[in-house]
Design a protein around this ligand. Structure first.
Ligand SMILES: Nc1ncnc2c1ncn2[C@@H]1O[C@H](COP(=O)(O)OP(=O)(O)OP(=O)(O)O)[C@@H](O)[C@H]1O
Length: 307
């Protein structure tokens, strides 16, 4: 299947300053793609080019099969929250959504209240947008972007301003959108622990260069994260893992195996091993961090982290 977004050799100059340099990557349908970079790396610039908020002069961007210079339908199928959410301050939450519904020709009035509910603003639906807190404005921005039920959602720093429970809710909301509505998401955030928890793939931008892309699985593997087993017999353990379709795993030594999958039911795994006379001295969850990965990556670029 063709990628939902294709970015090829994109550069962007602001006068003499080059904000993006020959950036190329794709976002596939179904991905939650985390875009990572320090302040000023070029993330917002790129999102503005994708959504036509800024003109593209160097390179090509193809969104939903349409070249960005000739968008006809593509923009109707995307939702974006870039920089400040675009709500009218004097209108209430509900009126703002109603206006967006009219602009998009949305007939179903139930969808407005469903969306308000979905982003957790039911108690504020009659409040003026200008009177909302920062976190509530972020939720409203997301609601406005979600109302047309987009195939592709572009979110620039959406978690900024959310309180801890808001962050957890937001994470669940993105996962639901992705899993239940098959919405593809491109998201930037400085809160890497959060980005790690939602994203399926990560792209790293450094000083306008796209320096690396990894899937979550590759990242976990490189970080050696997974379920670490200390056993007396790795050969039998490996056979049992194969027989029980538990994968992928790596034999680290005569007594250690790591399974690169943190979703394994460890109690069941322990039962399987013990029933087959493997002596298990330890089962540990070893979680790699995106921060650590990012810091190492920047170290190799000779840079530093601001995040
Ligand atoms: N309109 C503009 N005119 C001149 N320079 C600009 C303009 N917009 C962005 N830049 C510069 O381009 C670079 C990339 O900015 P951008 O906002 O894309 O970074 P970012 O990765 O989103 O950073 P942050 O994480 O701080 O939001 C920065 O150095 C910024 O100062």
């Amino acid at each position: 299947m063709k990628p939902i977004l294709e970015i090829n050799h994109v550069s962007k100059h602001f006068g003499q300053f080059q904000a993006l340099q020959d950036v190329s990557f794709n976002v596939n349908r179904g991905d939650i793609y985390g875009l990572i970079g320090e302040n000023g790396a070029g993330k917002t610039t790129l999102m503005r080019l994708i959504t036509h908020l800024s003109p593209l002069k160097e390179g090509t961007i193809t969104l939903l099969g349409e070249r960005s210079t000739h968008y006809k339908q593509a923009l109707k199928h995307i939702g974006a929250v870039i920089e400040t959410p675009a709500a009218f301050k004097k209108l209430t939450v509900r009126q703002n959504l109603k206006l967006t519904a009219i602009q998009h020709g949305i007939q179903d009035p139930g969808l407005i209240d469903q969306t308000i509910d979905f982003v957790g603003l039911s108690s504020k639906k009659n409040a003026k947008a200008g009177k909302l807190s920062l976190g509530q404005r972020q939720r409203l921005g997301l609601g406005l972007a979600l109302l047309p039920q987009p195939d592709f959602l572009i979110l620039d720093e959406p978690i900024n301003g959310l309180d801890p429970s808001g962050i957890i809710e937001f994470r669940q909301l993105l996962k639901r959108l992705n899993q239940e509505h098959n919405t593809t998401i491109l998201i930037s955030s400085h809160i890497l622990t959060e980005l790690y928890q939602v994203s399926t793939k990560f792209g790293f931008i450094y000083h306008g260069h796209f320096i690396k892309e990894v899937t979550k699985e590759e990242l976990d593997k490189e970080n050696q994260s997974g379920i670490l087993l200390d056993v007396d017999d790795t050969k039998t353990t490996a056979q049992l893992l194969d027989q029980n379709n538990i994968s992928p795993f790596t034999v680290l030594s005569d007594h250690q195996i790591i399974i690169h999958n943190l979703t394994i039911d460890t109690a069941n795994l322990n039962r399987i091993l013990v029933m087959n006379d493997v002596s298990v001295t330890n089962i540990t969850r070893q979680e790699g961090s995106l921060e650590q990965y990012y810091t190492n990556l920047l170290h190799h670029q000779g840079g530093h982290t601001n995040d």
